[in-house]
Design a protein around this ligand. Structure first.
Ligand code: PLP
Length: 543
């Protein structure tokens, strides 16, 4: 076959550059075929097809084929890779902070992939760049930033948003670091319930993980303000530069919310006292918690959406912290978590746009780009090419839901979480651990029949003489977890997850917990009830 024959086949595998309705049907049909095959993998279980063990050794031996395949063959092969995938929207999965994705957000991803805008520069992305700015505008105002002063950029994940926050802070604390490198006296603060990406970031930025100061949290999983102040003072007395204080608003495991107001007040006080010539940057890692800002102006008294009283209390409890997000110098937002878009859709917002301009490179460093146009984030972003998928997916959902829809979906999953807790608290054998945290994640523990659960929790967490009991009950909860999930595998009950270390006891041992993370709008009352039923059943089975 000459290359020309092959080229004909290749051309058919691309969407046509000039309108061709017959080929359009072929394109749509190809996608439908893929979707049909995925649909065939659905059963009553909350995952696609079967869970098959992957052979990673063999995978390394894979070689490229000698000749071409077809769209149809490749489609079927690709669908095969979805075998065993959890259906995150399924009401019988409450495993982790992975969102089910809406149809408009999928269309956003498809459109951006189809025409491949590059957000480095509006010359390469045209109005898709505008979509990014509209999302920045909408979310800025949602959290209470002033849009004219604020700025932001989509980046490679929640981790990327914190990276931007710390990088800007570093440049403020140590001006010129981007050029001269990092002095060895820069430090970053985060709570021990904050995300481990802080370690990644200090490591990769060259600040060094040794210079990441981890502050203990209170029993509500909030940064301990007293210890934070002590440690900030100590750092300043030692002549350190505070590159950033990372406040976590919505910790991953427990939905702890740091007290931003107090942290900001503390910063101002220390700036005065130590006569600092910079304001230590405060970055709010709100990649999970940002979404609650749709309730900032909800009338909880009249509660027109009709949430149960317990839900109203939980929503208001979260808002009492989330409403202050605008006090942070920068904020991280993951649409791919509580915004129901596909990965990756993460936005870092900056209160004062001059902060992000500190990261700008000079024109001479990029001779082949950015000669004209109005929008050139590529002059300061870490990435060079930047996909349009994240912004279009985010825009799609913000447009789809509006404030009302966001309130309804979040309110519902919070309501289901509260119901779960109500059920868990109604039984003597189970106890909720993160009772003071009002998100959609519940950490709980089960105790064997006959154990006094009212006393045991406090004793095990505070009294070292209960260490053996704690450890035995850690294993016990692992057993419960195994039982509940093996039942779920058989189509009975719900998949939950577990954490090896909810917190440490006062004497330093990890507390194992069972975990329910509700993020699907399809979860309903019977699903949360079945979690509790299965845990109780497990107690009967395990002695
Ligand atoms: C998930 C998460 C991150 C990391 O975000 P990615 O989008 O996975 O990179 C950071 N912080 C918190 C609090 C998170 O929950």
């Amino acid at each position: 076959m000459t290359y020309r024959n092959i080229l004909d086949k290749i051309r058919l595998a691309f969407p046509q550059p000039v309108s061709d309705t017959i080929h359009d049907s072929y394109f749509v049909h190809s996608m439908m075929r893929a979707l049909d095959q995925v649909d065939d993998l659905k059963t009553h279980l909350p995952f696609l097809g079967n869970i098959v063990k992957a052979d990673f050794q063999a995978a390394k031996q894979t070689k490229i084929a000698d000749s071409m395949s077809t769209v149809e063959e490749v489609t079927s092969e690709l669908v095969g890779y979805l075998q065993g995938m959890t259906i995150f929207g399924h009401p019988r999965t409450q495993q982790n902070v992975v969102a089910p994705t809406t149809i408009p957000s999928l269309i956003g991803v498809l459109l951006a992939s189809l025409h491949n805008p590059n957000l480095a520069w509006d010359e390469f992305s045209r109005l898709v760049a505008l979509a990014e700015v509209e999302v920045i505008g909408m979310t800025s105002q949602l959290i209470g930033y002033i849009p004219e002063q604020a700025s932001g950029v989509f980046t490679f994940g929640g981790t990327g948003t914190t990276l931007y926050g710390v990088k800007m802070g570093l440049e403020k604390a140590c001006p010129g670091a981007i050029k001269k490198g990092i002095p060895d006296d820069a430090v970053v603060f985060v709570s021990d319930a904050g995300h481990y990406c802080a370690a990644n970031i200090t490591g990769w930025l060259g600040i060094g993980t040794d210079n990441l100061i981890t502050i203990p949290t209170t029993t509500e999983n909030e940064i301990d303000l007293e210890i934070l102040e002590q440690e900030l003072r100590k750092a300043l007395i030692d002549g350190k530069k505070i590159a950033a204080i990372i406040a976590t608003l919505g910790t991953t495991d427990a939905f702890g919310l740091d007290n931003l107001t107090q942290i900001v007040t503390m910063r101002e006080k220390l700036v005065d006292e130590f006569e600092l010539d910079y304001h230590p940057h405060i970055h709010a890692d709100a990649v999970i918690g940002w979404a609650w800002s749709v309730f900032n102006d909800y009338d909880f008294e009249n509660n027109t959406l009709g949430f149960r009283p317990r839900t109203v209390r939980a929503l208001a409890g979260a808002c009492r912290r989330i409403q202050h997000l605008h006090l942070a110098d920068s904020v991280g937002i993951d649409f791919h978590k509580t915004g129901f878009t596909p990965y990756i859709s993460s936005l870092v917002l900056v209160k004062d746009k001059t902060d992000i301009e500190r990261l700008k490179r000079s024109r001479e460093q990029m001779p082949y780009l950015y000669h004209f146009g109005q929008y050139r984030p590529g002059m300061f972003t870490l990435e060079t090419s930047r996909s349009g998928t994240g912004p279009l997916a985010a825009l799609a959902n913000l447009r789809l839901f509006g404030e009302e829809g966001m309130r309804a979906i979040l309110g519902h999953i919070v309501e289901m979480t509260q119901l779960l807790r109500e059920h868990l608290e109604g039984h003597e054998g189970t106890t909720v651990l993160n009772r003071g945290n009002f998100g959609t994640v519940t950490l709980f523990r089960a105790y064997p029949i006959g154990v006094d659960t009212f006393e045991i929790k406090r004793q095990e967490f505070e009294d070292v003489t209960y260490k053996d009991s704690l450890l035995a009950h850690n294993s016990y909860n692992h057993e419960i977890f195994k039982y509940v999930n093996s039942e779920a595998m058989e189509g009975r009950g719900v998949f939950i997850s577990t954490t090896d270390c909810y917190r440490h006891t006062s004497y330093g041992e990890p507390i194992v917990a069972l975990k329910s993370f509700i993020l699907s709008p399809f979860v309903d009352e019977e699903d949360v009830k079945s979690v509790v039923d299965k845990v109780l059943e497990a107690r009967e089975q395990i002695s």
